[in-house]
Design a protein around this ligand. Sequence first.
Ligand code: BES
Ligand code: ZN
Length: 856
Amino acid sequence: MRPTTTPPTIRLSDYKQPEFWIETVDLHFKLHPTETRVRSRIVFKGNTERTDGPHDLRLHGQDLKLISASINGTPLKDDEILIDAEGLTIPGDLVPQDGFIWEAEVQTNPQANTSLNGLYMSKGMYCTQCEAEGFRKITYYLDRPDVMAVFTVEIEGDVPVLLSNGNNLGNGKWHDPWPKPAYLFALVAGDLVSYDDHFTTMNGREVDLQIFVRPGDEGKCAYAMDALKRSMRWDETEYGREYDLNLFMIVAVDDFNMGAMENKGLNIFNSKYVLASPKTATDRDYELIEGIIAHEYFHNWTGNRITCRDWFQLCLKEGLTVFRDQQFSGDARSHAVNRIENVLQLRARQFREDAGPLAHPVRPEEYIEINNFYTATVYEKGAEVIGMLRTLVGADNYRRALDLYFERHDGQACTIEDWIKVFEDACNTDLSQFALWYSQAGTPRITVTEDFSGDTLTLTFTQTNPDTPGQTNKKPQVVPIRTGFLAADGSEAAPEQLLVLDEALKSFEINGLVDKPTLSLLRGFSAPVVLERQTTNAERAFLLTYDSDPFNQWEAGRDYALDLLQDMILNSAEVDPAFAKAMRAVAVNEALDPAFRALVLSLPSEDALAQAIFEQGTAPDPDAIYAARQTLAKAVATELSDDLQGLYTELATPGPYTPDAEAAGKRSLRGAVLSLISHLEDDCATAKAQFAAADNMTEQLSALSTLIRHGQGDAEVQAFYDQWQADRLVIDKWFTVQVASAPADKAVDVARALTQHKDFDWKNPNRYRSLIAGFAMMNPAGFHRKDGAGYEFFADWLIKLDPVNPQTTARMCGGFETWRRYDASRQQLMQAQLQRIADLPDLSKDTAEIVGKILN
Ligand code: BES
Ligand code: ZN
């Protein structure tokens, strides 16, 4: 429905407790594709803290047809119920203030629900998504996370499997004994099969585990199940958290806006984060499945048992749960490699967000559409803040604080203030300045100067906290800087120190040094800041060789590459032969983990270079950036020319495919080597042979992408399609690899042609993203084509999707978030497309909020 007024801004400062609480909810579903009936019986209780009554009864509801409603058994007449687009109101004089029973019946149309929020259908299967505010599309309710109730559910439907949260009472009846907010409600019904296992908890309770998939996909569940069991054990050993129901279910669905959802006892997953077989899933897919299974499982304690008071507190559950899944993945794989990957992603997504028009604090203070705030800042910076807290208080205190958190707040809906207070109490410390990380947006910038005299090194740090939309004159934050001191022979000249920068300017003295050491600053990336520092390439080469902190070892190579590439792009500099030599030294160093070597060899992304050049005060040229990376890669390949074939052979992983980190690391380095080899071959013979021989998706796809990049992949693109046309998830990859690897001048045409393909089912979010986001986010030179054709194509598709699926459209608008980086002509072209979107008469509030911010 078209909004008649501009949608309201919701503010943290306006929070009030609800007028009523809910004790129990009984729901009865009679499922039908277009006419589902939902009966509800809700026991309300007055909130004695809201003494400002008498209160109307205001319930949320959207796209619902009300059939009947009663209070304490007395039917309400039509003129006693005021219905609007957002819900209904019953005048206070008809509402017993201390409590009453509400009964209602509504009708909804799941098939017509293309938003994929609320109750919808995915290929004949009924499915729900209620976070953040989807439950109000199922029935009239107090759809806010501080209202927690015990749910009993009965489902009637023409399909064999009927699922909801909690314990299975049989015949489609379910009871969840744990009070929960409505956003954790779930229902799934359809023709599904389950892959079963079980788990014995630390106190000896037996838990049945089931992964539900469509018939035919049973063979792709083993890895997800294994990841689930390892997650359950890990949460017991690392956080003392035991699972609390006799059943834990996961369902895989094909049509899903996000990655996955932590509904109590019934997690719902985008099928791409459950289903895996060696032939169809890449190493990266396996890694993501493991991490996301863990993430949603960990929410059972950090999110479900302790939930959020209101949606401004989202980072309370998401930042913490991301931090926990990162810890888990580090334990399961390699801490060094994981940290580098996480920081790469933080910089690519969160630093980009923090530097642009969508910047907001980890805990936002206002929103129009909450779905727009499931952001890199809330998630990834939210996780970094917890990592800093742990660094500052130490691992033992961190664990004591978490124990207190679970003990004090179990069953509650909490705030960031509650979270901070737990640490203050458990660690006997004042965190008021630290808490600024939650309220100040923007990435702090740190500088350092060194002064060595006698046996003392004096380090003087400064921090500046940049202005962001709506925020100026920020206060200095608490920045933990892990610092190492290297002697000339590469050993540690002094023990590592944690320097805590909590002022705009602060000096630290390190005594007892014989010679001036080489600094290794911000080890492990101990704070999400930009460190601005002038160093020499010789120093970087030294750190790349000797730093005992693997993150900084990698970072030294990265800084070297960033500087060199900028010099090549802006000043037409030649390739520095010393850089290629340094890369070779790492590539052939068998003492180093292959996965780590692959990360060192990967050059900074085109987007990272564009941002770096913009920060130097120049408009980035996407074509020049693309060309410089090619030139540098070729120079590295040439330096390594005598080693590449040997490495390629040595790094093969013979025998059956295994998805473990060690094998994946070898394949990752081998993929990097293949890419280098291809710069030295005219016919891409090695990639062609790899494509033909591959028995796993990692190698098949890396070969295909290399071939397309070199304009040699036509036959293989067709062969890949012929082989995989029946596999939805693989065909998503087929779309992505073509648009992401297409040469810049052809990318728009390739993308446009693919939108005509019979398999381009654009209402499916995975398929839509595979092509449209693959083009806009993974092919910068193609997207930024000078004549604006890329922008126009992208905007056309955003406009097409918005009425169908506003949530996914709004998220994708981030493709335009960096428009002010570019030259006047490109800016104007992007602005025109953004304006075209903003001017649409029926634009969703989701997209309107994002586009409005990007334009301003
Ligand atoms: N609670 C979210 C799912 C969600 C996101 C629901 C946005 C409604 C709106 C879930 O726990 C989550 O965070 N999922 C992530 C993956 C995770 C590993 C970071 C996702 O879906 O991207
Ligand atoms: Zn989450």
